[in-house]
Design a binder for this molecule. Structure first.
Ligand code: FAD
Length: 292
């Protein structure tokens, strides 16, 4: 299929990009890596009058150590984030999750900001942002504002961004030293979106009890899901098989999956429990090895 006709503005400054969005009054769309938007245009599921192309905005392509958090510019390619030594050290959950996104060619073009703005509940990056309590920075005609990840994802492909706002950066708190991470996904083919993915990060204290655990789930609700009931259940406990099984049940109960052509809702709920169990077993095996 071919897209409907549209105009193309290659923005040379952020101000110009915002001004174009304001002038088009909700009918324009931002183009980042095009890996989600171009298929939508081709299928005519999106028919903007104008594309505001951020490809020339080098100022949105950076990964910066800000001490207690890392700030990543919206136009940073997913592959650059995945292979960054700073991100590997400070935010190990992020590259562990990005490795599951499509294929390398898609991650070479797709941007972190694009994946977050797209707000697909099955995508990995939004789930990392939920697990790590990230913040999203949006710039619009009224200036900059910061939105907590917990408030940003509002529905299927629907976020707190206004039509005249550009997602400019993502700030993610540094993960504490000694944190181990695991990502467990089930996809029908390598490179497909996961039917369900469970992302986890944890630390054990010296006595072997769970000092901190963060869990999120992709593909199991209309937004990325933070499994806070399971986190509460696990914290302060020894990671025994019974505790892990109870946490997996709590995760499944928190899901609200939709049925679609790929899987019935009940199957996704079942997967959430199975993948949570696997994720936690892997996390605590890593944690015990790194403490030894
Ligand atoms: P674009 O496609 O350019 O934009 C996506 C949407 O976000 C558009 O609505 C656009 O207007 C908006 N947008 C983009 N940037 C901004 C911004 N800075 N401010 C405001 N709005 C903005 N993703 C996964 O997470 N997991 C997968 O397994 C996966 N598999 C894939 C497999 C295939 C075959 C393909 C083609 C894609 C896959 N993707 C997957 C999607 C991929 O990760 C995309 O790169 C990503 O979702 C969108 O990033 P982008 O930079 O390409 O954004």
């Amino acid at each position: 299929m071919k897209p409907a006709p549209f105009g193309h503005v290659r923005a040379s400054t952020l101000d110009q990009a915002v001004e174009t969005l304001v002038a088009e009054d909700g009918d324009a769309k931002v183009l980042a890596g095009g890996q989600s938007l171009v298929p939508l245009l081709a299928m005519r599921l999106a028919q903007p009058t104008t594309l505001v192309d951020l490809g020339g905005l080098r100022e949105l392509d950076y990964i910066r150590d800000e001490g207690d958090h890392v700030e990543i510019g919206a136009m940073t390619r997913s592959r650059a984030v995945e292979t960054s030594p700073l991100v590997a050290t400070a935010l190990p959950l992020l590259p562990a999750a990005l490795r599951h996104v499509g294929h390398v060619t898609i991650r070479n073009r797709g941007t972190l900001g694009g994946s977050v703005a797209h707000a697909d509940p099955a995508a990995e990056a939004p789930s990392v942002l939920r697990a790590l309590d990230a913040e999203i920075i949006a710039t619009g005609p009224g200036g900059r504002r910061t939105i907590a990840a917990a408030d940003f994802f509002q529905g299927f492909l629907f976020s707190a961004l206004e039509p005249d706002e550009i997602l400019t950066a993502i700030r993610i708190p540094r993960q504490p030293a000694g944190t181990v991470v695991a990502v467990e996904e089930f996809a029908r083919r390598h490179g497909d979106f996961a039917l369900v993915a469970v992302l986890g990060a944890a630390r054990l204290d010296p006595s072997g009890e769970i000092a901190e655990v963060r869990l999120s789930v992709a593909g199991a609700a209309n937004t990325p899901l933070r499994a806070d009931a399971a986190e509460r259940l696990l914290t302060g406990q020894a990671p025994t098989p019974d505790v892990i099984a109870a946490a997996a049940t709590a995760v499944a109960e928190a899901t609200d999956p939709a049925a679609d052509i790929h899987a019935p809702a009940e199957y996704r709920r079942h997967l959430a429990a199975v993948l949570t169990r696997r994720c936690l077993h892997r996390l605590f095996a890593h944690a015990e090895r790194s403490a030894a």
